[in-house]
Design a protein around this ligand. Structure first.
Ligand SMILES: Nc1ncnc2c1ncn2[C@@H]1O[C@H](COP(=O)(O)OP(=O)(O)OP(=O)(O)O)[C@@H](O)[C@H]1O
Ligand SMILES: [Mg+2]
Length: 230
């Protein structure tokens, strides 16, 4: 049994546009482990979002292997792939992507609606607990429009934790936030990796270096570890 949560072997992603093929990921070989905070950097257009969308089961590679808990993702049925995404992966977006018509508790409950293992009563309790964990115990019934950007992102983090995933993936989670909020978000993500989750964060910010265990750079289709001076 392989101890890695995620193992990529010769992972390739091409996009075919009208007149040419864009080779974004070129035979990537890399393994991600639990309890580690990975920062992914790379210039705009280098393929960071493409990579994390594949890791988050929101897109498929063109070729190569993606093993998730030793299961080859391309061989999972649609149903099993959705189950894995619901149960094992929490995804955090730059734009928060909260439902504007739901309050904080209700937004956090949404992913639990697909999880038969959590009863209706437990859902609300768990949502409150998660919102407390991200420091929003005084904002439980606020709607997204009545929350600051940093608070909205913390609701999104609580939501990503709803089904107790093993993997947390964030694509530029602090892209719309100021330095103070950036620290709060990275600190929370670091706590999650300390609790044993595999945390993968795309970020342009140097601030992430203070929190990450491993810094990766995506360059010319290849992913490599870089030393950020720790
Ligand atoms: N659906 C698509 N069809 C065609 N090309 C695409 C598609 N999605 C992304 N690309 C191209 O793939 C390349 C990588 O895009 P990607 O969004 O992964 O970059 P990124 O590293 O996340 O950039 P940024 O830092 O600006 O967010 C870009 O050249 C982009 O134009
Ligand atoms: Mg991107």
């Amino acid at each position: 049994m392989n101890k890695d949560i995620i193992k990529l072997t010769n992972l390739v992603k091409d996009y075919n546009t009208l007149n040419k093929k864009i080779e974004v990921l070129k035979k990537i070989n890399y393994s991600f482990d639990k309890g580690k905070f990975y920062a992914i950097k790379g210039h705009s257009g280098s393929g960071k979002s493409t990579l994390v969308k594949i890791l988050g089961l929101m897109d498929n590679p063109t070729s190569g292997k993606y093993l998730l808990f030793n299961n080859e993702v391309s061989k999972l049925s649609d149903k099993l792939s959705s189950y894995y995404r619901m149960k094992h992966i929490g995804f955090i977006f730059q734009e928060y992507n909260l439902n504007p018509y739901l309050n904080a508790i209700e937004n956090v409950i949404v992913p639990m609606l697909f999880n038969a293992e959590i009863s209706k009563k437990e859902r609300k309790e768990k949502a409150k607990e998660l919102l407390k964990k991200v420091g929003l115990e005084n904002r439980l019934t606020h709607f997204p429009s009545d929350l600051s950007g940093g608070e909205q992102q913390r609701v999104a983090i609580a939501r990503s934790l709803a089904n107790s995933p093993d993997i947390l993936i964030a694509d530029e989670p602090t892209g719309n936030l100021d330095k103070a909020n950036e620290k709060i978000i990275f600190k929370l993500l670091k706590e999650m990796s300390n609790e044993g989750k595999c945390v993968i964060v795309v970020s342009h910010s140097d601030e992430v270096n203070l929190y990450s265990d491993i810094c990766l750079e995506l360059d010319n289709g290849k992913l490599k570890e870089v030393n950020h001076g720790k």
